[in-house]
Design a protein around this ligand. Structure first.
Ligand SMILES: C[S@@+](CC[C@H](N)C(=O)[O-])C[C@H]1O[C@@H](n2cnc3c(N)ncnc32)[C@H](O)[C@@H]1O
Length: 249
């Protein structure tokens, strides 16, 4: 029997077992995901989406890739930014999240079922920007994720990663502990009818790499000039890097 590998600080499985757990979980909560996202972030997710759009530097006519696009909340905003002359590809490995995304189609958006760490069929040096919002902490193979992002970016294109983080200052830390560790699992579990999924959320944040480590992982996979900021009083991080001016390695 295969040994169950687990992360050091939490009970989360790793590897294929983690991917299956995450995929099944998002398949189950897809129908209520956007409502819950709005409730859990008190609507702030829209402001953070806009910060991502600004960080990409996208302009009308550009091409963008949205990895772990889920129900398409950020994908639709990217599509608005690039306009009818541009195009956006959204990729996710949960068929149900994609089904919800496709309920709100746009002519310049294509949704595709796929794994963010293995973008088979996506050509190299294709996109002006590649984004991932609240996806990276679900993906144990961060080298796979960011090397693929770097590969598909045009020379000088922009990669942006938005994630939930544990804040470092005491006040935000106390708020975070109350909100994400206690209230979100209860309220999320009640509204979604899936307590396991919303108990996973704080666990996955706990198991995720620190923001400075994430920047190092992005750089070692070919992204350059990586910078990062904290948003929302420190509970969100936004990392930004650029594809090599010489094209992918
Ligand atoms: C918290 S949701 C975020 C959805 C969306 N980006 C948003 O901003 O609302 C995380 C998504 O990551 C997807 N996901 C997790 N691991 C993935 C992987 N390896 N490849 C593709 N999608 C993945 C899940 O299916 C889920 O839809």
């Amino acid at each position: 029997m295969a040994r169950r590998s687990r992360t050091a600080t939490t009970n989360l499985p790793t590897g294929e077992e983690r991917a299956n757990l995450v995929r099944d979980m998002f398949d189950r909560i897809a129908g209520r995901y956007e409502l819950l996202n709005a409730v859990m972030t008190a609507g702030l997710y829209r402001i953070w989406n806009r910060k991502v759009i600004r960080a990409t530097g996208l302009r009308p006519g550009d091409t963008a890739l949205d990895l772990a696009c889920g129900t398409g909340s950020l994908t639709r905003e990217l599509a608005e930014m690039v306009g009818p002359e541009g195009s956006v590809l959204g990729i996710d490995f949960s068929a149900e999240m994609l089904r919800a995304a496709k309920e709100r189609p746009a002519p310049n958006v294509e949704y595709r079922l796929g794994d963010a760490t293995d973008l088979a069929g996506v050509p190299s040096a294709r996109f002006d920007a590649a984004t991932i919002a609240y996806g990276a902490r679900n993906i144990p193979d961060l080298d796979g994720l960011f090397s693929e992002m770097a590969r598909v970016l045009k020379p000088g294109g922009t990669a942006v990663c938005l994630e939930i983080a544990r804040p470092t200052d005491r006040l935000s830390g106390a708020f975070y502990g109350l909100w994400f560790d206690r209230i979100v699992p209860k309220v999320g579990g009640m509204i979604s009818g899936d307590p396991q999924a919303y108990a996973y959320l704080p666990e996955s944040v706990k198991a995720f790499v620190a923001p400075n480590e994430l920047a190092v992982i992005m750089e070692r996979n070919g992204l350059q000039n990586v910078t990062w900021d904290r948003l929302g009083g420190g509970i969100i991080t936004l990392h930004r890097g650029t594809g090599s001016p010489d094209g992918p390695r």
